[in-house]
Design a protein around this ligand. Structure first.
Ligand code: C2E
Ligand code: MG
Ligand code: MG
Length: 359
């Protein structure tokens, strides 16, 4: 931190920032390699940007994040127009980079039930981020930021490893066929090294490949069809399963999916929630299920929230259901308890088992 006193105009601070940047950005030789540090500087001016140290420091910090975004080796003045939303995002970006090292990430697991037996056949791993200052940040808020900044790569790898370690622990307890589903972002899939990473994680954790399922959203699959076909082919060769997440939101036709090596289709919760409205929405959901079955795909209904939806899905011979009605996402410990309880109650009828899930 630099404190400049006795400047007459903000421009003088800008001039000093420029010379600092130039001095730091000179290449240096480290172990015979030429390296360059790329600094970013944020500037806050007393008293217009803050009247006490804390405010000035915070605003200079925010200006620094803006500078960072503009590219390496730049400086930025704090502006009050850096509105609340942008600030929130920038603060998030700064804090997210320390989330793995700070042990701030954790997983929840949401059970997927087979409708014909009432048993849990899979768990979807869902990422949670709890930061000391920001509190619990919803995935829908921080995952887009992680994708934009590329931080989804280390974070996604962390999720994959943690989920496989947990699934392996459940297998070792005797719940051996349990499948673990992991959400994969488009940026991860775009890495040449992704199939190799998946194979390495399976090797390291000892989890059988066919019990790992990768969830890829419909829009990512359709964004670059040739590339996805190739990567999905490589992933299938490793032995993992592939499901399409949020199906129905990307306006692609089921027919085009025929060309992709896919095992399962997850109907987006928004369709499931509308089946009560009768009429068209019911027909749409029923048609997706029927067509998926023709393509020999299993169908998972996401976001099942009540009994009426469950009964509808049963009538239409949907394969799997997932949603708050049967279970919210649980901690690993809670999941273990539920899995053990249901395994004990295996003797009961399907209806009894589904009913018992409620406690
Ligand atoms: P998703 O993969 O479609 O996950 C389903 C979301 O629906 C989860 O939200 C889950 O908690 C929520 N949900 C489950 N049952 C119900 C229900 O009955 N009603 C309603 N209204 N919602 C239900 P969550 O955990 O907030 O995650 C949101 C999204 O964030 C996920 O959608 C996924 O796209 C993304 N996400 C979560 N974890 C990861 C991750 O590890 N990697 C990546 N790339 N994305 C992730
Ligand atoms: Mg998902
Ligand atoms: Mg989904």
């Amino acid at each position: 931190m630099f404190l400049m006193s006795g400047i007459d105009t903000p421009e003088q601070a800008g001039t000093v920032a420029t010379s600092i940047l130039a001095a730091i950005m000179r290449p240096i030789v480290l172990a015979r390699h030429e390296v360059m540090v790329t600094p970013s500087i944020g500037i806050a001016i007393y008293p217009s940007d803050g009247e006490d140290f804390e405010t000035l420091f915070k605003n200079a910090d925010l200006a620094m994040y803006f500078a960072k975004r503009q590219g390496p080796g730049t400086f930025s003045f704090f502006k009050s127009s850096m509105n609340a939303n942008a600030l929130k995002r920038l603060t998030m970006e700064g804090k997210l980079s320390g989330a793995i090292a700070g042990n701030e990430l954790s997983l929840r697991f949401q059970p997927q039930f087979a409708l014909d037996t009432g048993l849990i056949v899979g768990m979807e791993a869902l990422l949670r981020w709890t930061n000391l200052e920001l509190g619990q940040v919803p995935p829908l808020d921080f995952i887009p930021v992680a994708e934009e900044t590329g931080m989804i790569l280390p974070i996604g790898e962390w999720v994959l490893r943690a989920a496989c370690v947990q699934a392996k622990a459940w297998h070792d307890e005797g719940l051996s066929n349990l499948r673990i589903a992991v959400n994969v972002s488009g940026l991860q899939l775009a890495q040449r090294s992704f199939p190799g990473l998946v194979a390495a994680v399976l090797r390291d954790t000892g989890l059988p490949a066919n019990t790992l399922e990768l969830e890829i959203t419909e829009s990512v699959i359709m964004a670059n069809e040739d590339w996805t076909k190739q990567v999905l082919g490589e992933l299938k060769a490793i032995g993992v399963q592939i499901s399409i997440d949020d199906f129905g939101t990307g306006y692609s036709s089921l027919g085009r999916l025929r060309d992709f090596p896919i095992d399962r289709l997850k109907i987006d919760g928004s369709f499931i929630r509308r089946v009560q409205n009768n009429g068209e929405d019911r027909v749409i959901a029923a048609t997706i299920i029927a067509m998926a079955k023709t393509l020999k795909l299993e169908v998972v209904a996401e976001g099942v929230e009540d009994l009426a939806q469950l009964l509808f899905l049963q009538e239409e011979y949907c394969t799997l259901v997932q949603g708050y009605f049967l279970s919210p996402p649980l901690t690993a410990a809670e999941s273990g308890q539920l899995l053990r309880r249901l395994a004990r109650d295996f003797e009961g009828t399907r209806t009894e088992r589904l009913r018992r899930v409620h406690g």
